[in-house]
Ligand binder design. Structure first.
Ligand SMILES: *Cc1c(COP(=O)(O)O)cnc(C)c1O
Length: 456
């Protein structure tokens, strides 16, 4: 056996140990683990090292320095875990090391994207003839959609932005709510728009855009709506806004980074009423679908606009009638993201996806009831998987959060909601069980007792 033959065994062993310990360990790295990171900082080595040793070192230093976000008690940000089948599919496709840029570079990458994208149009009940691109995250999904919107709106005015750029283009207007996720603003920046161009619309008490306060739309307007406010989980009124926007010839994009999955649930689909009348939609795979990181998709009604923006042609790229991945994404060479989408959807089925959504929302309700009983104020209407809560005294909320974060058992982060410091739970890992929720509630209870009543 050559010295490198065991490198996969080493990775397998390390992965197995990691997953076995995941639910017992502290959610955050210990101080000792963080201190060990220093040992990584050695000068660039002259001599190489045995591959197995490299993997073992990665496990020894790396694994304890991860955040246990694939476990059941990580509720910070909106992160999502990773279903075992998607990790395994990710492994295999890593060994394939396919370049998903064009079909001839990887027929399997192209076909799995094609199949998974169409399945998602069905599952999310979006226009079946929409095109789709597999990108790194919702930020790039929105950026890609905006680039298509820019191209399409200007083309309708007889202006070719690809050829002439934005400098002398008719002015595009950007309309979004005051409660917009900041990555949408960033995405407009990447697409060549200035922040001063944004027209912000006030929101109601759940962070939904107030339709009556929207400015008049025209055929050079791009409106961003949200399916799933990052704090409250609320949904904008898609039906009302798309009605106005469609009449005006405006473009509506939906940031549905996690909330678009509500559409897969019979219980939650009503929240997305009218969403299918938008022009483009973003959704993460790496959040609520529980794919490994670096996975999102966007859908766009206007396939010509998408291809116009992204299509790269050259004789050596050898295009044929098959799906050319790079026609839909800012990158040419990239990994085969369709693999894990396909594996998740095949393993779960439509019912399994709905079950993840419903179970997460059910856990959010259990949290809400438990937290209210303890004396916390739940500040949002818990319509989805997000719970924002606090006590009246902001300093005490801070102290409680610190206790919870230091528990090692459960982790969540702070937010500002209605100008108040608060804590936020996002139930978006499929690994979360009833037991995890119960354990977490106990930690909240202990922290509450300690800070509010001085009880140990
Ligand atoms: C996470 C998130 C984003 C950004 O998505 P990335 O995958 O991190 O690029 C955008 N909008 C909302 C509502 C989100 O939750």
């Amino acid at each position: 056996m050559k010295k490198n033959d065991c490198v996969f065994d080493a990775a397998y062993q390390a992965s197995y140990e990691y997953l076995k310990e995941l639910n017992e360990r502290d959610i955050m790295p210990t101080d000792a683990a963080i201190a060990s990171l220093k040992s990584l900082h050695i000068p660039m080595p002259d001599d190489g090292q045995n591959d197995v040793d490299v993997i073992n070192e990665l496990h020894e230093i790396g694994s304890p320095n991860t955040v246990a976000s694939t476990g059941g008690r990580y509720f910070g940000f909106v992160v999502g875990g990773a279903l075992p089948v998607t990790m395994a599919a990710h492994w295999l496709s890593t060994v394939w090391d396919q370049n998903a840029g064009t079909w001839i570079l990887s027929p399997i990458a192209g076909e799995l994207e094609d199949v998974a994208g169409k399945w998602m149009l069905d599952l999310l009940d979006l226009p079946r003839d929409a095109v789709f691109g597999f990108v790194t995250g919702a930020t790039m999904a929105t950026f890609s959609s905006i680039a298509a919107a820019r191209s399409a709106l200007l083309k309708r005015k007889g202006f070719d932005v690809k050829k002439s750029g934005l400098f002398n283009a008719p002015k595009i207007r950007i309309i979004m709510s005051e409660e917009i996720h900041p990555t949408n603003i960033a995405a407009f920046g990447y697409a060549g728009f200035g922040l001063d161009q944004i027209e912000y619309v006030p929101v109601d008490e759940e962070g939904r855009i107030i339709v009556d306060e929207m400015p008049e739309l025209d055929d050079l307007s791009i409106v961003i709506l949200q399916a799933g406010n990052i704090n409250s989980g609320s949904f904008d009124d898609f039906d009302a806004v798309t009605r106005i926007a469609n009449d005006a010839g405006a473009w509506v994009h939906v940031d549905g980074a996690f909330g678009l999955w509500a559409r897969a649930s019979a219980e939650k689909k009503h929240l997305t009423h009218g969403i299918e009348k938008a022009d483009s939609w973003s959704v993460d795979g790496h959040k609520w679908l529980n794919l490994p990181q670096d996975s999102a998709i966007y859908f766009c009604r206007d396939g010509d606009a998408v291809n116009d923006v992204f299509g790269v042609t050259a004789t050596y790229l050898m295009r044929d009638q098959n799906r050319q991945g790079n026609n839909y994404t800012p990158e040419l060479s990239r990994r085969a993201r369709g693999v894990e989408f396909w594996a998740a959807l095949k393993s779960l089925g439509a019912k399994g996806v709905a079950e993840i959504v419903d179970r997460s929302c059910y856990h959010a309700v259990t949290f809400t009831i438990g937290l209210k009983e303890m004396g916390f104020t739940v500040m949002n209407d818990v319509v989805l998987n997000q719970v924002v809560f606090a006590v009246d005294d902001q300093e005490k909320t801070k102290a409680i959060l610190e206790h919870v974060q230091n528990s090692g058992v459960v982790w969540l982060g702070p937010t500002t909601w209605k100008d108040k410091y608060a804590m936020r739970i996002s139930v978006s890992s499929a690994a979360t069980t009833d037991i995890d929720v119960r354990k977490s509630l106990k930690v909240f209870e202990r922290a509450y007792q300690k800070v509010m009543n001085g009880n140990e």
